[in-house]
Design a protein around this ligand. Structure first.
Ligand SMILES: NC(=O)c1ccc[n+]([C@@H]2O[C@H](COP(=O)([O-])OP(=O)(O)OC[C@H]3O[C@@H](n4cnc5c(N)ncnc54)[C@H](O)[C@@H]3O)[C@@H](O)[C@H]2O)c1
Ligand SMILES: O=C(O)C[C@H](O)C(=O)O
Length: 316
């Protein structure tokens, strides 16, 4: 399929460039604009990928540029620009440097694509979604953070390995902030609809939850420079796919809570949402155990602290 949405990806690094490639190879749209501040980088990566298109068999055009004018009237803008963490750092350590980048980028997005849907990827994720929302002034359904799809695919992968089953048999979801206190929802994690508690001991489940919570750090430690980008870009493209095809997929995304799940209404945190052509079409309300709601509140409080730190920088 070749839909007509114009998609721009800001940041032509590991996550941004791989996202552009995945969009093109799935032919989710006709045109992807890849932007970076480094001259030649988006142009070189776009050209390299376009030269793969005769073999991969796609007609999507990837355009590399340093000029936001080329992003004009985008329908979707993915913000991946910013520093990744190094071993020994937490995502929160990136806050002060990345808030400046996300602010600057969001101003350009709001100027050139005032009707776009923004998907934020830069870390620390929830605080960067807050930043993009505040700087753009866009409606709440149009500013979305990617983290939950990545954390959930990790959780699913680990469950499938542990049970020795196909990943296709596994359903699982991770909510909350994109930090070590995220909330993998054990009660909704199933193998062919059967709760994982019927397959695993408590110790096994605790291990899977722990590995999921530390999934980003595990990869940072292995890579030594940079962080995860293959699964990250798959997660971004899962969201884009639901939006451009108006699929109404229910996916965990960082959104303004609107007071759902007993969380403060202005907080951005990972919740299950229905994604369609207008962005977030609904926050889906699931029944959760008291323990899960408590964990969600703890994670939300952490995000609130981070947003306070954003405000203290007095940049917005
Ligand atoms: N939310 C998630 O689930 C998730 C997952 C993985 C990575 N991340 C985050 O995504 C971000 C990018 O990761 P990466 O691995 O692609 O890093 P990277 O260093 O490979 O790429 C970042 C790119 O951003 C560009 N950039 C910096 N400032 C810019 C600006 N003002 N305008 C345009 N481009 C600019 C850089 O030149 C670089 O090419 C990091 O903050 C990382 O922590 C988030
Ligand atoms: O862990 C990181 O720093 C990158 C990303 O947030 C991840 O979860 O892989």
């Amino acid at each position: 399929m070749l839909a007509n949405a114009k998609i721009s990806v800001i940041g032509a690094g590991q996550v941004g460039a791989t996202t552009a490639v995945r969009i093109a190879e799935k032919e989710l749209t006709r045109e992807v604009v890849l932007v970076d501040i480094v001259e030649g980088l988006p142009q070189g990566k776009a050209l390299d990928e376009m030269e793969a298109s005769p073999i991969e068999g796609f007609d999507t055009e990837i355009i590399g540029t340093n000029d936001y004018k080329d992003t004009e009237n985008s329908d979707i803008v993915v913000i991946t620009s910013g520093l990744p963490r190094k071993p020994g750092m937490s995502r929160d350590d990136l806050l002060s440097v990345n808030v400046k980048i996300v602010k600057e980028v969001t101003e350009q997005v709001a100027k050139y694509s005032p009707n776009s849907i923004i998907i934020v990827v830069t870390n620390p994720l929830d605080a960067m979604v807050y930043t993009a929302s505040k700087v753009s002034g866009f409606a709440d359904n149009k500013v979305i953070g990617q983290a939950g799809c990545l954390d959930s695919t990790r959780f699913k992968r680990f469950i499938a390995w542990e049970a020795g089953v196909s990943v296709k048999s596994v359903e699982a979801m991770t909510l909350g902030g994109h930090g070590d206190d995220m909330v993998p929802l054990v009660s909704y994690s199933t193998i062919r609809g059967v709760p994982i508690s019927q397959f695993f001991t408590k110790e096994q489940i605790d291990r899977l939850v722990d590995r999921t919570r530390n999934g980003g750090g595990e990869i940072v430690k292995l890579l030594k420079t940079g962080s995860a980008f293959y699964a990250t870009s798959s997660a971004v493209v899962q969201m884009i796919d639901s939006i451009v095809r108006d699929k109404k997929d229910v996916l965990p995304c960082a959104v303004k809570t609107q007071g759902k799940y007993g969380l403060e209404k202005d907080l951005f945190v990972g919740l299950p949402v229905k994604l369609g052509k207008s962005g977030i079409e609904e926050i889906v309300e699931l029944k959760m155990s008291g323990e899960e709601l408590k964990a969600l509140k703890v994670s939300g409080d952490h995000v609130k602290e981070l947003c306070k730190r954003v405000e203290e920088l007095k940049l917005l």
